[in-house]
Design a protein around this ligand. Structure first.
Ligand SMILES: Cc1cc2nc3c(=O)[nH]c(=O)nc-3n(C[C@H](O)[C@H](O)[C@H](O)COP(=O)(O)O)c2cc1C
Length: 335
């Protein structure tokens, strides 16, 4: 009976992998020994921030509050992980196996192969060779892996059991020939025993960057605005500028604002954000992106080309009291 199930699984795999034009052994192995590196920009732009092997560190060297952890035997998940790290400005950490998985090990047609044996044994915990990473400074951890026989590779269980995810939002993702994420994310969450685990997402090997970005953008985050230390309710726009601002704010964003023109507070974001300016006559409470890299919060009215970011949801008098009595310091955070 067991043999029959294996034959059915293997046949399904052959069909699935052929169907998406990918074959497991055809992809170069990525089992090298990167331990941790920083990203945030494309490879060419980020040369100076990449931690090389000799200076590899398990410390949070960038100050980013997001970490992308991944295991990838043949490079597919690695590519997705690198892209997620690039668009979220996250650090990147690769889980590597102390005993690397060879082509023979990964032979899913052989019921005696290492992968077959490990995946048939829920208690198997392959050893990790990458240096342990400290999650202390991270609030969000993406965790990526390939699907092996419908499950997470056991080495992922080794990893999650070695970590304390308390207070951390954990976002699982996986790649596969055709299988869904199945129970793998729940298994990881239950083996981890801590952390706020969000619903996971499966990507095909050829998933586009657009698909990945859409998913990252769709993950619900709550963005909080404080003015001089007081949290104020905001109705944020659902647009690309706000999504980008949320990614910047994930690393903490504090802006010294200046009163200007008797109707607004204005201050620099410190970097450019996608804009879609439209000629607008503002009303008190409007939060606008000005010139692509400045935030303006209105307690009066002005007519100019802005991109709307949101609106403070308070009575006009409270907005005036908050903003019209001298320069303010605002902070935007994600939780
Ligand atoms: C041992 C093994 C088992 C696999 N089992 C499945 C499976 O059950 N379903 C599936 O759709 N793909 C399966 N695959 C294909 C991988 O999930 C897929 O190729 C994945 O994208 C590889 O990611 P990686 O390159 O990051 O290792 C399996 C591959 C291997 C090596």
């Amino acid at each position: 009976m067991k043999r029959l199930i294996e034959i059915i699984l293997c046949s399904t795999l052959i069909l699935c992998l052929a169907g998406c034009g990918s074959s497991v052994p055809a992809v170069e192995s990525s089992e090298t020994s990167i331990v941790a590196q920083t990203t945030g920009t494309s490879e060419s732009e980020s040369e100076s921030t990449v931690v090389t092997e000799t200076e590899a560190s398990t410390e949070n060297v960038t100050g980013s509050s997001t970490l992308v952890v991944y295991f990838s035997a043949t490079g597919t998940t690695k590519g997705k992980a690198e892209y997620i790290a690039e668009i979220t400005g996250a650090d990147l950490y690769e889980i590597t196996a102390a005993v690397p998985y060879t082509d023979e090990d990964r032979d899913w047609t052989d019921s005696d192969s290492r992968c077959s044996i490990e995946q048939n044994d829920p208690s198997a915990r392959p050893e990790i060779s990458s240096e342990a990473v400290s999650l202390d400074d991270y609030t969000t951890v993406y965790i990526g892996y390939p699907i092996w026989f419908g499950q997470e590779p056991r080495i992922m269980d080794t990893f999650v059991e070695s970590c304390d995810f308390e207070g951390i939002t954990v976002i699982p993702f996986c790649t596969s020939g055709s299988s869904g994420i199945g129970q793998s994310a729940q298994n990881l969450a239950s083996n981890a025993g801590s952390g706020n685990w969000l619903e996971g997402k499966r990507f095909a090997g050829d998933a586009s960057e657009e698909e990945i970005k859409e998913w990252v953008d769709s993950i619900m985050v709550e963005m909080v605005l404080t003015i001089n230390g007081t949290e104020v309710p905001v109705i944020w726009e659902d647009n690309d500028s706000v999504k980008e601002l949320a990614r910047i704010a994930d690393n903490g964003l504090t802006i010294e604002m200046s009163m200007y023109g008797g109707f607004e507070q204005v201050g620099p974001i410190g970097q450019s954000v996608t804009s879609n300016d439209e000629q607008t006559t503002t009303v008190p409470g409007d939060i606008m992106l000005y010139s692509g890299d400045q935030i303006v919060i209105f307690y009066g009215s002005n007519t100019w080309a802005y991109t709307s970011l949101g609106k403070i949801d308070l009575p006009e008098q409270e907005i005036t009291d908050l903003l019209s009595n001298g320069d303010v310091k605002i902070s935007i955070a994600v939780r």
